[in-house]
Ligand binder design. Structure first.
Ligand code: FAD
Ligand code: NAI
Length: 468
């Protein structure tokens, strides 16, 4: 190691971006430390994001399958079904503990030193952590993001009446009526959890469709399916205020374009209108780094900021706020610091909403492809015509493949299907390898699998699916 500095690499933040960057840097022979102020490693994702939400989604889905007769439909008879929420929350906590503990083990195994405490820059090579100054040749900012507040609405996760995602993951009883502000990923995932467990859920969304950024056919179909499942959707609607009185909330709403308002009563309100980068208290002024109009730190394509020794990755830089994007950037930044060539293909990053059915996509939406000047041809295949979906009785949704009409290169794949989060991987890989829709159509897919719907949608681009 370079003796001028305490470390070769210091990473600030131990989320999926930071912990992966630290481990990779250590694997590449660099003396590495990672500063993290939370009690446990793993960042938002492992502590209050991806992992606990998926545990509750899984548990609530099992409850709904038993309670709504899906198990009975297949001849699995149960007595009256009841919910023990403490046990469900306990399983969630165990999964989180095992995984955050796993990162601590990986740090030890790879000799990454955990500096416990908040880090703030003093200069381009020095950071103060918990009152102590440490120096490093290269510093990676991986401080992630936190909840965007709704002006005038106070979040109090402890009381459990007006909560953000962290509070909504920890409710100790099932609310009777829940209002979700924001029909994005968090609102739909956590809204689904509590609806399945018995809450009446109303989603208030400012735009005219759910899930901005996704393909518009997928957004429309998702809206229909969530309604069918019993969620009430108030689209093109804005919240003008939330009043809390005792254990109840009154949410005032009105049409987004103005007009007569109404009041929704709720015993829990989830604010899920997006997340913002974490840069407060980081001391960016001391190193001359400014944030852009969205509060993000800008980097070049190798994740270097305008200061040579300072790099940035994950939710704190532009791009989708997703764990796998942060992880891939973590590997790439460590390789770049070590003098290798670390690249992330930002055009091919999948996104998945883990509701039932799951909603997934990669690449361009049809609208974005057209806007980018492509003439497109699309192929769609309904899950209703997929044999495995038929046998499993999970036929909601479809797969849509979008290809360039001239070259046949796949530009995007969007889908709604019970296992879309798993099915999207093959589309991601195909796009990474520059596949045409014909390549997918002529690739042998195991039968009977949900994935055959991807093949058939690609065949539909060619104009010749077999099963519809
Ligand atoms: P983070 O995970 O936010 O980690 C940053 C860490 O830095 C934090 O632990 C923080 O304490 C620490 N930190 C910040 N400032 C300092 C400082 N000055 N000094 C020391 N430490 C500091 N993404 C998916 O891909 N799939 C999902 O299923 C998914 N589900 C989600 C569910 C919820 C409810 C939420 C909220 C998010 C979810 N996400 C999901 C998004 C995902 O969690 C983030 O994209 C991901 O965690 C970003 O990783 P990161 O390393 O950039 O930052
Ligand atoms: P989001 O950006 O996905 O959705 C926010 C929604 O709120 C949008 O539909 C937006 O139009 C709406 N909105 C904004 N202001 C509003 C207002 N004042 N009133 C009503 N609606 C309003 O943000 P969300 O759901 O908070 O999630 C944050 C991020 O966390 C996601 O963008 C995603 O990157 C990440 N995440 C990823 C998950 C996954 O990969 N499965 C799961 C959960 C979160």
């Amino acid at each position: 190691a370079d003796q001028t500095f305490d470390y070769d690499v210091l990473v600030i933040g131990a989320g999926p971006g930071g912990y992966v960057a630290a481990i990779r840097a250590a694997q590449l022979g660099l003396k590495t430390a990672c500063a993290e102020s939370r009690e446990t490693l793993g960042g938002t994702c492992l502590n209050v994001g991806c992992i606990p939400s998926k545990a509750l989604l899984h548990g609530s889905e099992l409850f709904e399958e038993a309670n709504e007769g899906v198990l009975a439909k297949f001849g699995v008879k149960t007595d009256a079904v009841s919910l023990d929420l403490d046990t469900l929350q306990g399983e969630k906590a165990t999964a989180v503990k095992e995984l955050t503990g796993g990162i601590e083990y990986l740090f030890k195994k790879n000799k990454v030193e955990w500096l416990k405490g908040r880090a703030g820059f003093k200069d381009a090579h020095s950071v103060e952590v918990d009152g102590k100054t440490v120096t490093a040749r290269d510093i990676v900012i991986a401080t992630g993001s936190s909840v965007t507040p709704l002006p005038g609405v106070e979040i109090d996760n402890d009381k459990g009446v007006v909560v953000d995602s962290t509070g909504a993951l920890a409710l100790s009883k099932v609310p009777e009526k829940m209002v979700v502000i924001g029909g994005g990923v968090i609102g739909l995932e956590l809204g689904s959890v509590w609806r399945r467990l018995g809450a009446d859920v109303t989603v208030v969304e400012y735009l005219d469709q759910l899930l901005p950024g996704m393909d518009s056919e997928v957004r429309k179909e998702a809206g229909k399916l969530f309604k069918k499942q019993g969620m009430e959707l108030k689209l093109s609607t804005k919240v003008t205020g939330v009043e809390v009185d005792g254990g109840k909330a009154r949410v005032s709403i009105e049409p987004a374009s103005g007009g007569d308002g109404e009041v929704l009563e709720a015993d829990c309100v989830l604010v899920s209108i997006g997340r913002k980068p974490n840069t407060d208290g980081l001391g960016l002024d001391a190193v001359g780094i400014e944030t852009n109009e969205r509060g993000q730190i800008e980097t070049d394509s190798i994740f270097n900021t305008k200061v040579e020794s300072i790099w940035a990755i994950g939710d704190v830089i532009p791009g989708p706020m997703l764990a796998h994007k942060a992880e891939d950037e973590g590997i790439a930044v460590a390789e770049n610091i070590a003098g290798q060539t670390g690249i992330v293909n930002h055009a091919v990053i999948p996104s998945v909403v883990y509701t039932m059915p799951e909603i997934a996509g990669v690449g361009l939406t049809e609208e974005a492809a057209k806007e980018a000047g492509h003439t497109v041809k699309t192929g769609k295949f309904p899950m209703m015509a997929n044999s495995r979906a038929k046998t499993n009785r999970d036929t909601d949704g479809f797969v849509k493949v979008i290809a360039d009409a001239e070259t046949d290169r796949v530009l995007g794949v969007w889908m709604i299907a019970s296992v879309a989060g798993t099915m999207i991987a093959q589309a991601v890989q195909a796009m990474e390898f520059g596949a045409s829709s014909e390549d997918i159509a002529y690739t042998c897919h195991a039968h009977p699998t949900h994935s055959e719907a991807v093949k058939e949608a690609a065949m539909a681009v060619q104009g010749k699916p077999i099963h519809i």
